[in-house]
Design a protein around this ligand. Structure first.
Ligand SMILES: Cc1cc2nc3c(=O)[nH]c(=O)nc-3n(C[C@H](O)[C@H](O)[C@H](O)COP(=O)(O)O)c2cc1C
Length: 468
């Protein structure tokens, strides 16, 4: 029964990570099912809690205890944040339950949880790895001359682990768990086979690391404990271990918590005139227009800014300002090009989380996106500077629409993408799908935290465009 539950949990974990294949509703269902099984798993293993304050703590046990403690905290955060941003399973909860930054917490906790669960599995794999290893050993000893099978096994596992490290980097795990990447990037066109292979390799890498670390710590720990025993009482060791675990847990939250708290709890007051004021640049005869799209101008905000949940917004005291809007103003001041704002007919919700989900629906064609006005006549321009936020790793559907509806043949398009850590995502590769314009490689990306201070970057970018 225990093994069946563990296997089911692992499968559900994989399904929950594959949000882009399952969609929002199944993601919520798998996540909730996982949490229920997590509770059952804990109930079945209640002895672990009972024995927490008993017995000796060697290094291997400390490793296990710290991992489990972090895992419990992580899963609770994952579930609470998930409930707070739920659209289906916990829809019945009142709005007041909605936590600010729940989406970011959920993102960080999900990737950290995946790694912790994989590590936790590795700590319990002694029996399984041992059995496999013994079978291979016995087989290769019986079948004379097949000793190389053992070597082959080790080589295969090592290769899969190295691939896991590569996948960890390629899948941007560090960006997610450190909070520096605020949005999960999903490649909708990718085959699920690669996705699951990569995640399985990362899981294997974490599990094997845990297994080896446990072996090492068991051996090394014995030597240390003999040393400690000579000087310190068992009670003191226990207390230090618990204090250590608490300190680690607190560190964990400060490390991963600080960045999103900073970004998402306040509306920033800016000096608009100062942020955009610059010398005029000679654009060397280019006839350009600036076209931008921003969340702020396309959102049905509630009355007070404070009512906007988990949004990092800028204001000049009187108006809310979108990042793309401010960047466009910088360009306009430097070039004296006219500015056109893309507006959608149906506005996005004032909640940041809801907007993120709505934008995902836009991309999957589940929510109609129409432009408020007909696209403007652009025949007099040869240069279009397109400014927009990265949404789900690509161009917002409204921007795609603008591009398809405009006649841009023969014009050069320069992209300025503002983002929350995802850089250009796949936006630059995707742009030619939507336009006949020549899409220049001279594109610029600006991190959302750095928008107000982006003027020097913008100026040197425009100088390059002028010389192009
Ligand atoms: C619906 C939505 C989706 C987003 N998706 C991403 C993303 O995939 N990657 C990323 O780095 N940032 C993402 N962001 C963050 C924005 O790109 C970033 O905050 C940008 O500076 C906002 O610009 P704006 O104020 O002009 O809308 C997203 C924001 C929203 C509202």
């Amino acid at each position: 029964m225990k093994t069946a539950i563990n296997i089911l949990m692992t499968l559900l974990l994989m399904a929950a990570m594959a949000y882009h294949y399952t969609g929002q509703m199944w993601h919520e269902i798998t996540g909730t099912a996982m949490f229920v099984l997590f509770v059952v798993h804990n109930a079945l293993n209640y002895r672990w809690y009972r024995s927490l304050l008993k017995g000796k703590y060697n290094a291997a046990r400390i490793l296990m205890t710290v991992t489990n403690a972090l895992l419990v905290i992580d899963i609770l955060l994952l579930m609470l944040s998930g409930m707070s941003i739920s659209f289906y399973v916990f829809k019945f909860l009142p709005d007041s339950v909605s936590l600010p930054s729940a989406r970011s917490i959920h993102l960080i906790a999900s990737y950290a949880g995946f790694l912790l669960i994989s590590f936790h599995i590795g700590l319990h794999m002694r029996g399984v790895f041992g059995k496999i290893w013994n079978k291979i050993r016995l087989f290769s000893e019986k079948q004379k001359g097949l000793g190389f099978i053992r070597g082959l096994f080790v080589l295969l596992v090592a290769a899969a682990c190295f691939y896991g490290i590569y996948a960890f980097k390629e899948r941007n795990f560090w960006g997610y768990i450190s909070g520096s990447t605020m949005f999960a990037f999903f490649d909708y066109s990718e085959s699920p086979v690669w996705f699951f292979l990569d995640y399985a390799a990362i899981m294997l890498f974490m599990a094997v690391s845990a297994f080896l670390l446990q072996k090492l710590s068991a051996a090394g720990g014995r030597a240390v404990i003999i040393g400690i025993k000579r000087h310190v009482s068992a009670h003191k060791v226990r207390c230090s271990v618990i204090a250590g675990a608490v300190v680690l847990a607190v560190l964990f939250f400060f490390l991963f918590g600080a960045s999103y708290v900073r970004r998402h709890f306040q509306t920033v007051n800016i000096d608009r005139a100062q942020a955009v004021s610059t010398e005029r640049i000679d654009m060397k005869g280019k006839k350009g227009i600036i076209v931008y799209f921003t969340r702020v101008g396309n959102t049905a905000f509630a009355e007070g800014v404070d009512a906007v949940s988990s949004a990092s917004l800028m204001t000049d005291g009187a108006n809310l300002i979108g990042n793309s809007e401010l960047l466009s103003e910088m360009i306009a001041n430097a070039t004296v090009f006219p500015v056109y704002a893309i507006k959608t007919k149906n506005k996005y919700s004032s909640s940041y989380t809801a907007t993120v989900i709505e934008a995902g629906k836009d991309l999957r064609g589940e929510r109609p996106v129409e432009l408020e006005d007909d696209v403007p006549e652009l025949s007099e321009y040869d240069t279009v500077i397109l400014v927009y936020p990265l949404w789900w790793g690509t161009l917002p559907v409204a921007v795609q629409k603008f591009l398809t509806e405009s006649r841009l043949e023969g014009k050069t398009l320069y992209s300025l993408v503002t983002h929350g850590g995802g850089g250009f995502g796949s936006a630059l590769q995707d742009t030619p799908k939507w336009t006949a314009a020549r899409v220049s490689n001279a594109a610029l990306s600006v991190y959302d935290d750095e928008v107000t201070a982006a003027l020097p970057k913008i100026v040197s970018w425009l100088e390059k465009i002028a010389d192009n």
